[in-house]
Ligand binder design. Structure first.
Ligand code: SAM
Length: 291
């Protein structure tokens, strides 16, 4: 008896690598360096096995003829993007959110200087850990209810990530930096699965949906935007495109928090920046400046 052994394809050729990198770049702005050929080849081999598509070129044709919201694009993006995230990532950011940003908002509302509304965007939110951390801080500081209107929008290009964000279930690893007092108040613990589920007090404030940072966002304006650990994968042209959109959606005097290595300093020199990660937009539009 003989059986045919189909050997997996060799690594992508430089031309194939270039075509796939260009495809990803054009759809979501992420750049994949030629040095990542082994990594990308390994990941594509997984997609070939799952789909039964014969080779890299046929798989390229399949992707390039469909839009990013198809199941295969989702699976492909899952392979080529990094989704690493966890709650309360970067302690200093959360100290500022709680002790400065929300305290100021609370004081302004108390003094009648602003309406009790707040809108925050967690851009490239992955599985929603950042938006959930925001909701914890808001629930803790503002104790919303009554007149408060709070909206925390979490968006990501990956629909699998967004589905996970909507489930709101977090393992111990993602929860490791959540203060003990918040764990019990804002999450339900399942001792069997050892997972924590966001309670309604958080869920009421959050909304998640898919969105590509290279496209305009329909919701705006925002008092605060978190854009962390995503532009590190973008080149200057794509970063510029995203920053231009931020200028449109952040309120005058609103804030932007970036990751430490986002590489946008040159593009936001006009903002008032501190700590390398906190940026404030001008409070009023200068006459003659186009938006
Ligand atoms: C490393 S995670 C960052 C998660 C979170 N912001 C944090 O810092 O913990 C990067 C996320 O960016 C998303 N992403 C990559 N390109 C994107 C694009 N063009 N539009 C929206 N999201 C994108 C990926 O799907 C991934 O979930």
């Amino acid at each position: 008896m003989s059986s045919t052994i189909v050997s997996p394809p060799a690594d992508l050729t430089p031309q194939q690598m270039q075509r796939f990198s260009k495809l990803v770049y054009e759809k979501i702005g992420v750049t994949i360096s030629p040095q990542k050929v082994t990594l990308l080849s390994n990941r594509l081999r997984r997609r070939l096995r799952s789909t039964g598509v014969a080779n890299y070129d046929a798989y390229y044709d399949l992707l390039s003829s469909t839009s990013t919201d198809t199941a295969e694009w989702e699976a492909f993006l899952q392979e080529v993007t990094t989704h690493e995230t966890y709650l309360f990532r970067d302690q200093a950011h959360w100290d500022w959110v709680r002790n400065v940003f929300l305290s100021d908002i609370q004081a302004q509302v108390r003094e009648g200087k602003r309406r009790p509304t707040l809108r925050i965007w967690s851009a490239a939110c992955s599985t929603g850990d950042e938006a959930t951390s925001l909701a914890c801080c808001v629930a803790d500081r503002l104790q919303p209810g009554g007149d408060w209107k709070i909206e925390i929008l979490g968006t990501d290009v990956g629909s699998g990530a967004v589905a996970a964000a909507n489930r709101g279930v977090f393992g111990e690893r993602a929860m490791r930096l959540v203060p003990e007092s918040m764990r019990r108040r804002f999450f339900e613990y399942d001792a069997e699965t050892r997972e924590w589920t966001s309670r309604d007090v958080l869920r009421r404030m959050m909304k998640f949906r898919t969105h590509n940072l290279l496209k305009p966002l329909r919701e705006a304006p925002f008092d605060l935007v978190l854009l962390k650990n995503v532009l590190i994968y973008f080149d200057t042209a794509s970063k510029k495109q995203v920053v231009q959109e931020l200028r449109r959606v952040v309120s005058p005097g609103g804030y932007l928090i970036t990751g430490a290595a986002e590489g946008v300093a040159d593009l936001i020199r006009d903002l008032n920046s501190t700590h390398g990660w906190l940026h404030r937009f001008p409070t009023a539009q200068k006459p003659g400046v186009a938006t």
